[in-house]
Design a protein around this ligand. Structure first.
Ligand SMILES: Cc1cc2nc3c(=O)[nH]c(=O)nc-3n(C[C@H](O)[C@H](O)[C@H](O)COP(=O)(O)OP(=O)(O)OC[C@H]3O[C@@H](n4cnc5c(N)ncnc54)[C@H](O)[C@@H]3O)c2cc1C
Ligand code: FES
Length: 257
């Protein structure tokens, strides 16, 4: 799908837990060819002090009904304002932006690791990667059970594991402490991750040491979202790259980790 500035109609705004909301938006035109890892840059309406759009990964696409879902975690004023949008509002977006994850081959066994709102592109990838359920393993980390979002709808697409820092759901600790990661990593042919920087770095460094294919979706601060302002630059082994256009998905071997 060609990059487009488009008004989407808010069909659903559902609070999933204290800070996370699911926004389902309808497009007036077909939304084919949007892939996991790509993002939309959203205008925050009726907030005079917020000039820049805010980037959000695509959580899901329903090609038949022309809808796009986003998982929005309240972090500051922009995300809060967006979660206050009413059903029926028009939301201006630029989409699809950035490069997607490399889709796995049919013989791959994949581990998808999401932290915080980074779970969004992981669920989308699990859903559309086309692998049998036994070859898709999804590890999700959060601070506490109340921070986890409901993944019921995505259960058919993979095997789920959870960690919490306080031990209230799944194994206690960080995702890199989970047994599927510490004892079974070598059974996977590809690892994909999105989440807090420290989490992705910890995973990426282990993948590099283990010579394991690993792609990460960086969440550098952005403004334009399409390669003009240079505010999202990442210093890679091949020099400075714009996360919004050269990424947000990078193979860990490209990064100075
Ligand atoms: C490619 C990409 C995909 C993203 N996908 C999602 C998603 O699916 N769901 C989601 O909830 N969020 C996602 N984010 C993060 C989201 O864009 C920010 O939370 C949002 O822009 C914050 O805007 P704000 O006005 O609420 O906060 P601001 O008032 O702008 O900032 C509040 C605080 O958050 C910090 N902050 C702002 N943006 C970021 C960022 N990108 N990374 C780390 N800290 C930041 C600021 O430094 C400040 O301390 C994504 C970011 C990128 C770059
Ligand atoms: S956000 Fe402007 S160049 Fe990347």
């Amino acid at each position: 799908m060609k990059k487009t500035v488009i008004d989407l109609l808010l069909l659903e705004n559902k609070q999933l837990n204290k800070d996370n909301f699911l926004l389902k938006l309808q497009s007036p035109v077909p939304v084919s060819e949007i892939f996991p890892g790509q993002f939309v840059n959203v205008e925050i309406k009726n907030a005079q002090e917020i000039f820049l759009r805010r980037p959000f990964s695509v959580l899901d696409v329903d090609y038949k009904n022309q809808t796009i879902s986003l998982l929005v975690k309240i972090l500051g004023r922009g995300s809060k304002k967006l979660t206050e949008s009413q059903v029926g509002n028009k939301i201006s977006t630029i989409l699809p932006l950035g490069k997607s994850f490399t889709l796995p081959n049919k013989e791959d066994k994949v581990l998808l690791i999401g932290g915080g709102s980074g779970v969004a592109p992981m669920l989308f990838l699990a859903k559309i990667c086309g692998l049998p359920t036994e070859n898709v393993h999804i590890l999700i980390g959060a601070r506490s059970s109340s921070d986890h979002v409901d993944i019921e709808e995505y259960k058919p697409y993979g095997n789920f594991y959870f960690t919490t820092e306080d031990g209230s759901l799944g194994e206690k600790g960080y995702v890199t402490n989970h047994s599927v990661f510490t004892t079974n990593l070598n059974q996977f042919t590809k690892v994909y991750t999105c989440g807090p920087d420290q989490m992705m770095k910890a995973i990426g460094r282990i993948a590099i040491k283990s010579d394991l294919f690993c792609e990460v979706s960086l969440e550098n601060m952005m403004a334009c979202g399409f390669g003009v302002c240079l505010c999202c630059v990442e210093d890679t082994k091949a020099g400075h790259k714009c996360v919004c256009t050269d990424g947000p998905v990078f193979n860990v071997n490209e990064l100075k980790w």
